[in-house]
Design a protein around this ligand. Sequence first.
Ligand code: ATP
Length: 197
Amino acid sequence: MGRTGLFGGTFNPVHNGHIHLAKEAFLSLGLERLILIPSNIPPHKNAEELCSNEDRLAMCRLAAEEHGFEVSDYEMRRGGKSYSFYTVGYFSKLYPDDELFLLVGSDMFLSFDKWFRFEDILKKVTLSVISRQDDDTELLKKKAGELQIYGSTEVVDVPAYPVSSTQIRNMIKTNENFSCYLPEKVVQYIRLKNLYK
Ligand code: ATP
């Protein structure tokens, strides 16, 4: 039986905050496999500035290969809105003997009880959160307590790495230097394809 981390997101683009979450969760939770799952249409976000599935998938692959993480195009193949309920169902059938961990940042964790069929998701995974800002740990612990009646949760208590894709897209638009927030190969890809201008 293995320990597999599922890490979904828009990844528009994938950045060092995502990689920080993945690396810390991988170590703290003792994972054997971590899978980045870029969404098709994100249910919780405005998709206006979304770049193509092909580009987001390619950037995830570039970021993941450096750390030995996997990337799945399941949500993109499935099409429509990417509800984690279906994604978790798919991976629990694919890896029936594995213990599954669903990895999220604090914003998603705090709104998790609004997600489509969140109670059913929590029957299949341990919901594991990493803070996005250093002062929200108490809030996360309180929410973890509330969610515990539905299933298990885990607060991975490490310092935050506060950066967002929105911030990076804005920096690109205004010609600021954004390269320190992304893996080098992703920076090169964005420049080559002239994304987010
Ligand atoms: P946007 O700014 O476009 O809304 P984002 O930076 O929040 O994007 P997403 O791809 O939507 O990135 O996030 C995917 C997952 O990664 C979510 O669970 C989110 O909470 C988490 N995450 C994003 N950035 C960080 C960060 N800096 N630290 C920890 N978790 C993060």
